[in-house]
Design a protein around this ligand. Structure first.
Ligand code: HSE
Length: 310
């Protein structure tokens, strides 16, 4: 049966995961965007509505991560169809939770199903990356890939993109605090060091290896020891008022690790049970509030499946 319209939900994601700047990410369960795509007979892509963005996101297809990613598919495959797109944003703009990537993934996933294109995840990933580039002004797959594949993702290489998808340990819980400030990824990338001293690089790649080993062997303590960032966190922490106190509060409440989610301001912490994850959330919220930050707190398992038709 030919579909005329489709609605999909796509998960938020945490990229970098401490040590894996631009190469590691995972999808979370509790925060999802939704989009509806309808076939029309106008032979153009139109973004007719965006809800939940406080008017911040562009309706212009070329400037919108969803619109751009969808246009890439239609242009590449010479598809002369009309599409009407409605986007419901729940993942905060400039939150560090993969908002722009989620829109791009939602678009390519929905169009693939709607037009029965049978494109592989790898093909969809490449189209979604073109969309993500509009927002972050750089190609990085560490939100797009986990959002599309679910679970943890390692981007082993970018040329060509080589994705390794890893299941999350069952007893890994993630607490996320989203301080109600905005940080633009493009801005947060400008303050990163251009070069890394060898000693720091050695620590960093040791930790990436440790994180992968911890995920593959369900070793939450090893995951905790490995989620440590010598590269981005020291620079970006300054963009989040009270970051050190919030991190300390998480670690003192039983978190095995805590770091910035993507380019921030969201901060994530790992623990091995739901009760501790909730206690960590309250402690982080309290520390944020002492530093004058309003915040939202989420406790989530790792999302295992990526986007779904709803
Ligand atoms: N890896 C990217 C960065 C993710 O840290 O700039 C942005 O969300």
């Amino acid at each position: 049966m030919k579909l005329k319209s489709i609605k999909v939900a796509v998960p938020a994601s945490v990229s970098n995961v401490g040590c894996g700047f631009d190469v590691m990410g995972f999808a979370v369960d509790i925060i999802c965007d939704e989009i509806t795509v309808k076939l029309t007979n106008k032979k153009e892509i139109k973004i007719s509505k965006i809800l939940g963005d406080n008017g911040k996101l562009p309706l212009d297809v070329e400037k919108n991560t969803c619109g751009k990613a969808v246009k890439e598919i239609l242009d590449d495959l010479n598809l002369d169809v009309g599409l009407d797109i409605k986007i419901k944003k729940v993942i905060g703009f400039g939150s560090g939770l993969g908002s722009s990537a989620a829109s791009a993934v939602a678009g390519v996933f929905a169009v693939n199903k709607l037009l029965n294109l049978k494109l592989s995840k790898k093909q969809l990933l490449n189209y979604a990356l073109k969309g993500e580039e509009v927002a972050s002004k750089a190609i990085h797959a560490d939100n797009v890939a986990p959002c599309l594949y679910g679970g943890f993702v390692l981007i082993r290489g970018y040329n060509p993109v080589d994705i390794i998808n890893i299941k999350a340990p069952k007893n890994l819980f993630c607490t996320i605090i989203h301080p109600q400030i905005e940080i633009k990824t493009s801005e947060a990338r400008k303050i990163l060091p251009k070069n890394i001293p060898l000693k720091k690089a050695v620590t960093q790649w040791g930790n990436v290896g440790g994180l992968i080993a911890g995920l593959l062997t369900n070793d939450i303590e090893l995951i905790g020891r490995s989620v440590h960032d010598e590269v981005a966190e020291p620079r970006r922490a300054k963009l989040i008022p009270g970051f050190d106190e919030i991190k300390k509060a998480a670690l003192n409440s039983g978190a095995v690790a805590c770091s910035i989610s993507g380019s921030g301001p969201a901060i994530f912490a790992f623990s091995n049970n739901l009760k501790t994850a909730s206690i960590i959330g309250s402690a982080m919220k309290n520390a944020a509030s002492i530093n004058g930050l309003r915040s939202k707190v989420y406790v989530s398992k790792v999302n295992a499946s990526g986007p779904k038709v709803i």
